[in-house]
Design a protein around this ligand. Structure first.
Ligand code: GLP
Length: 256
């Protein structure tokens, strides 16, 4: 693992994706051993899937317990039926929760029929605060620079709320939903401020398709046009990249 120099976020380029997954799963396990009642912030998507696989393995080996842990996920689609296999709730059950059984798992429960999504969002933010905030937040970065579903235009002070999904985000989700018309147009997401309140942020980006957004995250002006740039203000953030995702970071920043 090599650390980039002179970049605005502590950035680690790993030899393989598995190395980053192993390091982050190990950090989460260490946190749970030191503080069994820890509050974990979790993300769905391709980026963290191997971290969850490693955590399931550690749990199966008896090396970590989630019995007193609480989790909060970043986001959830709005308007799907409860139990729909395409909800992030189902995804989390399949990839982590069913295996490790945390004491309490939270996602914005915004399934149809729904009276007031705005009220769900407000309650979610309140629950996050009442739990004492997030000890460690796992994050991926969307191709348009979103974190959670904080699409371009999301401000630094935004909190958990209903959002309209960006066209690029919806097109990306066609791989799950089959065709664009099936992809929800709205979601509930933790806000940028809700995410930045986490005591640690651990960000993963793998593969060549992430190279451009990684470059923008590290080098573009900090602004709502690319919400991932707000990560640069955080006091304890680490970014893990594989070689392909680090491709557009200057060679001078990456000592061999
Ligand atoms: C998704 C999710 C985010 C996720 C990001 C990156 O749409 N809303 O929580 O971190 O986009 O996803 P992936 O890791 O699959 O590239």
């Amino acid at each position: 693992m090599r650390q980039a120099v002179g970049v605005s976020v502590p950035t680690f380029v790993v030899d393989s994706r598995a190395e980053a997954e192993h390091v982050l799963a190990g950090e989460i396990a260490d946190l749970l051993r030191a503080r069994p009642e820890a509050v974990l912030g979790l993300a769905t998507g391709n980026s963290p899937i191997g971290v969850y696989r490693d955590l399931c393995a550690l749990h199966a080996a008896g090396e970590v317990s989630f019995a007193r842990a609480t989790t909060f996920n970043l986001d959830e689609y709005l308007g799907l039926q409860d139990g729909d296999p395409r909800t992030f709730r189902r995804w989390m059950q399949t990839h982590l929760f069913d295996h490790v059984q945390p004491r309490s798992t939270n996602l914005p429960e915004c399934h149809a029929p729904l009276a007031s999504a705005d009220a769900v969002a407000v309650r979610y933010e309140q629950a996050l605060q009442a739990a004492g905030g997030i000890d460690l937040q796992v994050l991926g970065i969307g191709l348009n620079g979103h974190i959670g579903f904080n699409e371009p235009g999301s401000t630094r002070t935004s909190r958990t709320r209903v959002v309209e999904l960006d066209q690029r985000t919806r097109k990306h989700a066609v791989r799950v939903f089959g065709d664009l018309a099936q992809v929800p147009t709205q979601a509930i997401t933790m806000g940028v401020a809700s995410i930045l309140d986490a005591r640690r942020l651990r960000v993963l980006a793998f593969g060549a398709e992430k190279a451009e957004i990684v470059r923008r995250t590290l080098f573009d002006p900090i602004s709502a046009e690319c919400p991932a740039t707000f990560l640069r203000g955080h006091h304890d953030v680490k970014l893990y990249l594989d070689a392909a995702a680090a491709e557009l970071i200057e060679d001078s920043a990456l000592p061999s």
